[in-house]
Structure formats: structure tokens, C-alpha cells
Design a protein around this ligand. Structure first.
Ligand SMILES: Cc1cc2nc3c(=O)[nH]c(=O)nc-3n(C[C@H](O)[C@H](O)[C@H](O)COP(=O)(O)OP(=O)(O)OC[C@H]3O[C@@H](n4cnc5c(N)ncnc54)[C@H](O)[C@@H]3O)c2cc1C
Length: 433
């Protein structure tokens, strides 16, 4: 579909504000740019209201990121609701999303998916999944919803600009131009660029007058260069507490599973707090603390270790650490605090045992950074929220321009929150255009 958009721009029909050129057809009331979770939802809702909708997607098919989500299973929303749901998006994000989430809460997303033939089920950590555990079912259902309502979906068309055109908009694409009185920009952020999200929307919106809050990769694995941490690759702790401190303040505190990898740390806990290693300036020296036994108080860990040493004085000290720890982890923690793992328990000093308790409850790991946009599940930052009407997602600066999904300066933790925000903002725009 590649053609030179600047040569397409020379066609006379465009300058007269006429309906879009072939092959895009028209006329249209609404152009939706980007066929991900938010764009598909917005297109379906607008088309169901009788709007003539053209959805433009750069990939050969819509919903590519949905297909990649949740390990191919798509954690489609959350069981949380009310204040707990809003809290997940932080103070500003929660405030911004309050109206749209009230209109389309997780229960309504589930009901809509159910009506489309995608039954959902609840899983651990407040997650909601399709019963089939197939992300494809979700993507297909959203596409069906949009096309059945009459939206036209054009794939393989990369938009290259969104411009004002009289009272409406001109969207320039690799396959010609399109015009409509309203536009919904839903091109996502910069994360996972191999799925098509390469940050295309920011310059368009900046040129239209919008402020873009500095974007950073979020929900991304952490890089820890320490060899002993990397050597633990493959070990998962199902229940850990991770927190980030900088300048004496706790910036984030999350109790979620943790996974050691060949590059550092992954899993929901480390990924949920990862944004702070991007947001903080280097001189703020953000520090990661890990509590490997969040259910057990430090005194109780100390007492258990003392009891194990007393009961099995001839045993290796590594074997006196909590039995839930894999042997490799226990040995690494011993080595980390300078206690040979095979030292006889009775031969350890009180100070060494204290160091082991601290390694279990207050392990400080040197984070070198994150794995960046290539491995980030979302982009934090984006179109500044005060410039967008939270009830309609319409720009407060450019009437008729709507911005939805990850492109906005709003994002949540792992757990279905980001799809939920995409659907809710898509619904708000779809009802307003
Ligand atoms: C690996 C991975 C797993 C994830 N798992 C989950 C999960 O289980 N649960 C959850 O809630 N969230 C998950 N997320 C996050 C979630 O996928 C996103 O937050 C969500 O998809 C954002 O929706 P969106 O519609 O704003 O953007 P996207 O879904 O990214 O859609 C944007 C669309 O716009 C298209 N586009 C971009 N530029 C152009 C252009 N110039 N012209 C035309 N089209 C364009 C893109 O190709 C894309 O299809 C995951 C993300 C990743 C990367």
C-alpha cells in the first residue's frame, strides 16, 4: 500500500474539502486512526450510533497488540471496581478516568464481550481473561463489533499526519487522504514498537497544539547487572513485595510475583514499579528493595532462622533459610551477604544471621535501568490530561479531535487495567463523535 502521501496530496478534490479520495471511499463522519483496543472500541460504539466510520490501521490486521497480550491469552480487564479501580491509575489518572470508567466499568466490558460470544472468567490477582484463554477471540470480537455496526476498516494504511481541514480534519495516509468532521486518534504509545506502535501520534498532536508529558517505558523488566542476580534466571517468587525509594521517599510499593531473569528482574512486581527507574533523574538514585517473605514479620524470620540453626547446628546455613526458597536462591543470598552457603549453621555469627534476615526481608538490588520500549507493555506519559475532556475524550484545544487509549498520559499496572482504560476512553469518544 506504500505510496507517496505528498503526491497524493496534490489531487484537487482534497483542497475543496470534498469527500475522501478512492481507495478510502466516503463520505465519513468519523475517522478513527489506529485499530487497537481503544480505536476498535471507539469505532464500534460510534458506528452503532449511526456514524459513518472509517478506521485506519497501519498493520495488515487490527488488534496486533491484543494478540500479543497476556502471553497470548489477553488479560482483558480486572475484577476491581470503584475507588480501588481508580486508585490503580494514580491520582491524576484515576481522576481523569473516573467518568469514563463509571460509564464503562469492567463489569460492562465483560457483559459486552459476553454478548459478542467471548465469555470471561476471573483469575488470580484480580485478573479477568477470556474463558477460551485466546487473545484472538477478543481481537476478532472487537473487529466484528465494529464492522457489524457498519464501520469500514482499512488495514495496511499508515497515517502520516492529522491536520485541521476547515471545520473538520484531513488524515493523510500511505494510501491516500481522508476527510471527516471528527477524528479519533488511537495510535497507542511507543511501547513494543514491533507491534506497530512507534509513537506516531505525538508529533501530530503537538503540531495541533497539545502538550505531551514526557513519555517513558513502563511495565518493563528491570536490568540488574549483578552476576548473582542474573545467575538466578528462571527462579520465580510467587509472593514478593518490591518498593522503590528515592530521596528518602517511597515512590512505589507493590506486592506481586517476581521473576529472576538473565537480564535482571521481571514479573508483575518489578514491572509495575519500573517506571520510576525511567522517571527519576540519575542523581535521585532510585533504589529497589525486595521483601521475599512479605507475609512474615522480620522478627518472625529471625526467630525461625535462630530455631533452625539451634535444631540443625551441623546443617549448611543455606538450608536454614525459609524452606520455601529454592536452594539456588538461598545459596545466593548467603553468598551475597558474605556467608559461605555451606558453612555449618552453628558456625555462623549473630551478625551474619542478622545479615541473612535483612537479605530476606530488605534486599536492596542495584537497578541499572529498564529494558526500554522494546520490552515495555505500556508507555507512561503522553497527551496532557488537562487538555482533554474526560467525559468525551475531546480535545479542549481542537474541537472535533478526540484522543483515546495509551496515547493519553494515563496508564495502569499489570492486571487488565490498560485494556480497561483503552475500552473506557474509546467508549467515551465513540459516544461523543
Ligand atoms: C506484550 C504486551 C502484553 C500486554 N498485555 C496486556 C494485558 O494482558 N492486559 C492489559 O490490560 N494490557 C496489556 N498490555 C497493554 C495493552 O496492550 C495496551 O495498553 C493497549 O493495547 C493500548 O490500547 P490502544 O488502543 O491505546 O493502543 P494499541 O493497542 O497499541 O493500538 C494502537 C494501534 O494503532 C496502530 N497505529 C500506530 N500508528 C499508526 C499509524 N501511523 N497509522 C495507522 N495505525 C497506526 C497500531 O498498529 C495499533 O494497532 C500489553 C502490552 C504488551 C506490549
Amino acid at each position: 500500500m506504500a505510496s507517496d502521501p505528498s503526491s497524493a496530496d496534490a489531487r484537487p478534490a482534497r483542497s475543496q474539502g470534498a469527500p475522501p479520495d478512492a481507495p478510502l471511499g466516503g463520505p465519513f463522519d468519523v475517522l478513527v486512526v489506529g485499530g487497537g483496543a481503544a480505536g476498535l472500541w471507539a469505532a464500534g460504539t460510534a458506528a452503532a450510533r449511526g456514524r459513518r466510520v472509517l478506521l485506519l490501521e497501519k498493520n495488515a490486521r487490527v488488534g496486533v497488540k491484543i494478540l500479543a497480550s497476556g502471553g497470548g491469552h489477553c488479560n482483558v480487564t480486572t475484577t476491581l471496581s470503584g475507588p480501588a479501580l481508580l486508585d490503580a491509575f494514580g491520582r491524576d489518572g484515576g481522576r481523569f478516568l473516573a467518568t469514563s470508567l463509571r460509564r464503562l466499568p469492567p463489569a460492562a466490558v465483560r457483559a459486552r464481550l459476553d454478548a459478542l460470544g467471548v465469555a470471561t472468567k476471573e483469575g488470580p490477582l484480580e485478573k479477568v481473561w477470556p474463558v477460551s484463554m485466546r487473545a484472538r477471540d477478543v481481537a476478532d470480537a472487537l473487529l466484528r463489533r465494529a464492522t457489524a455496526a457498519g464501520a469500514r476498516v482499512a488495514t495496511g494504511l499508515a497515517c502520516v499526519d492529522v491536520l485541521r481541514d476547515g471545520a473538520g480534519f484531513l488524515v493523510r495516509t500511505s494510501g491516500g487522504d481522508a476527510r471527516a468532521p471528527k477524528v479519533v486518534v488511537a495510535v497507542g504509545g511507543r511501547s513494543y514498537p514491533r507491534t506497530g506502535t512507534t509513537g506516531d501520534g505525538y508529533p501530530w498532536l503537538e503540531a495541533l497544539g497539545h502538550a505531551i508529558v514526557r513519555t517513558v517505558p513502563a511495565l518493563v523488566p528491570l536490568v540488574v547487572e549483578t552476576p548473582w542476580v542474573r545467575a538466578l534466571a528462571g527462579i520465580a517468587e510467587a509472593d514478593a513485595r518490591v518498593s522503590v525509594e528515592a530521596g528518602g521517599r517511597t515512590l512505589a510499593d507493590r506486592r506481586r510475583p517476581l521473576l529472576f531473569t538473565h537480564t535482571g528482574l521481571s514479573g508483575p512486581g518489578p514491572m509495575d514499579v519500573s517506571r520510576w527507574f525511567e522517571r527519576c533523574a540519575p542523581w535521585e538514585r532510585p533504589t529497589l528493595h525486595v521483601d521475599l517473605l512479605p507475609d512474615v514479620a522480620e522478627d518472625a524470620v529471625r526467630a525461625a532462622l535462630t530455631a533452625a540453626v539451634a535444631a540443625r547446628p551441623a546443617d549448611r546455613i543455606a538450608r536454614c533459610l525459609p524452606p520455601s526458597f529454592p536452594a539456588r536462591l538461598a545459596e545466593s543470598l548467603c553468598a551475597h551477604v558474605g556467608v559461605p552457603p555451606d558453612r555449618r549453621a552453628a558456625e555462623t555469627s549473630k551478625a551474619e544471621r542478622h545479615a541473612l534476615v535483612l537479605a530476606t526481608k530488605r534486599l536492596t538490588l542495584p537497578v541499572a535501568g529498564t529494558r526500554g520500549y522494546d520490552f515495555a507493555e505500556v508507555t507512561a506519559g503522553g497527551v496532557a490530561l488537562p487538555e482533554v475532556d474526560p467525559a468525551t475524550m475531546e480535545s479542549r484545544l481542537v474541537p472535533g479531535l478526540h484522543v483515546v487509549g495509551e496515547l493519553l498520559d494515563v496508564d495502569g499496572p499489570i492486571g487488565g487495567f490498560n485494556f480497561q482504560a483503552a475500552f473506557a476512553t474509546g467508549e467515551a469518544a465513540g459516544l461523543a463523535v
